[in-house]
Design a protein around this ligand. Structure first.
Ligand code: ZN
Length: 130
């Protein structure tokens, strides 16, 4: 499960960041994941629960925000939402890496994030550099 190793490094970096502050208790961890990371939200939450046990993050809530994919075309300078392909099996639409305007290959500019936006602790909000 890919999510476990991802979550393990996320928790590690959050704990490292929290060392700088006098934190008693962590209430919420805000995470942003891009749709192009293909990380499962349920798997992430599950991994968070397991991996946070025995750490400062135990009992805190993981709040997951989403980042939609955005692309940039070098051929026609298009920038914005990607072309999407409907997936009938999963009832979702998958972004493609073809330009919606000219059909050429595009560069992914957004949607690959997997980072902690902020951590809510008992005393104050702690900004985390992502
Ligand atoms: Zn284009």
């Amino acid at each position: 499960m890919h999510e476990v190793s991802v979550m393990s490094s996320i928790i590690e970096s959050v704990l490292e960041e929290l060392k700088k502050y006098n934190v008693e208790k962590v209430e919420e961890v805000h995470l942003t994941i891009g749709e192009m990371t293909f990380l499962g939200e349920d798997q992430l939450s599950f991994a968070f629960e397991i991996l946070s046990k025995g750490t400062l993050l135990e009992g805190s809530q993981l709040i997951i925000g989403h980042e939609d994919a955005e692309v940039k075309c070098r051929s026609c300078q298009y920038q914005g939402a990607p072309d999407r392909l409907d997936d009938e099996i999963y009832h979702s639409s998958m972004p493609t890496l073809n330009c919606p305007k000219c059909g050429r290959g595009v560069e992914l500019t957004k949607g690959k994030s997997c980072l902690v936006r902020s951590v809510k602790v008992v005393e104050a909000d702690v900004p985390v550099q992502g």
